[in-house]
Design a protein around this ligand. Structure first.
Ligand code: AMP
Length: 258
């Protein structure tokens, strides 16, 4: 597995593969990799002969009060996991090469960004399209894989690619969950054992809404009752029931198909 930390080496590697007629599948991540990320890698392998994973904790998608500084950074363990999964290259972009021309976003988020996450993290999708656009420009993949865990993000990326006619196939990957149904997340590492117990109720309540055993309107109270501290939203869009809720300083999101 190639470990690449600059754009010139990445470009040389990608050009070599491409001139051999190989398709490049790309998985952007912020690291602290878990089985959810690795399921994206497995899916990527079915969409290209070569798989590139990027690891970059992107400053522009965090507001000043958010967890950019404390976000888990586990580069060595991440590389071990990726090597074990047969990834061809892991790309650690340099911040000054990514934001060479400043941090302003070259592109704006589309309609899909309206509401839900944006109502609570107004900076977020501009940061996401900013980094994904720049990573696509560095990697120039044929296909890119994004998790349905961040369902609204997946829609925003799809619209970005469509609006700008980028020649990149966007593939959504199903949500990887633990044995209790909790959606895997790097931020789960922040949870105490008691919090983890509460966190595992989130998916149960979303499934109850989906199955008609609870109304959408009753879901926020049900989440508070099981121990969540604050509910940002429980809502339905794109045939999904989506939620964001806080446990102490940790914000969890999840969604299920309706
Ligand atoms: P992150 O490192 O959190 O930015 O996530 C990188 C990619 O992995 C994004 O496309 C996420 O949607 C995806 N992802 C994270 N957790 C999961 C999960 N539990 N199941 C599926 N995809 C996931």
């Amino acid at each position: 597995m190639h470990i690449i930390d600059n754009r010139a080496d990445l470009t040389a590697q990608v050009q070599g593969w491409r001139s051999a007629g190989e398709r490049i599948a790309f998985v952007p991540t912020m690291g602290a990799l878990h089985d959810g990320h690795l399921s994206l890698v497995d899916l990527a392998k079915t969409h290209g002969q070569r798989v590139i994973v990027s690891i970059f904790v992107n400053p522009t998608q965090f507001a000043p009060h958010e967890d950019f500084d404390s976000y888990p950074r586990t580069a060595e363990a991440d590389c071990e996991k990726l090597r074990g999964r047969g990834v061809d290259a892991v790309y650690f972009p340099q911040e000054d090469e990514i934001y060479q021309d400043g941090r302003k976003s070259p592109v704006q988020p589309s309609d899909a960004a309206q509401g839900l996450e944006t109502a609570f993290r107004p900076h977020f999708f501009e940061g996401v399209v900013n980094i994904v656009w720049r990573l696509f420009d560095h990697v120039k993949p044929d296909a890119a894989i994004f998790g349905e865990k961040d369902f609204q993000q997946l829609q925003v990326i799809r619209q970005m690619v469509e609006a700008h006619s980028l020649p990149i196939e966007i593939i959504g990957a199903p949500i990887a969950r633990d044995t209790h149904g909790l959606a895997l997340s790097s931020r789960n590492a922040y949870l105490s054992p008691d919090d983890l117990h509460i966190a595992r109720q989130l998916n149960k309540i979303l499934f109850a809404v989906r199955d008609g055993d609870m109304t959408l309107e009753d879901a926020p109270d049900a989440l508070l009752k099981v121990g969540f501290d604050k509910i940002d939203y429980v809502d339905q869009r794109w045939g999904r029931t989506l939620a964001a809720a806080w446990l102490g300083k940790t914000r969890l999101i999840d969604n299920v198909g309706t």
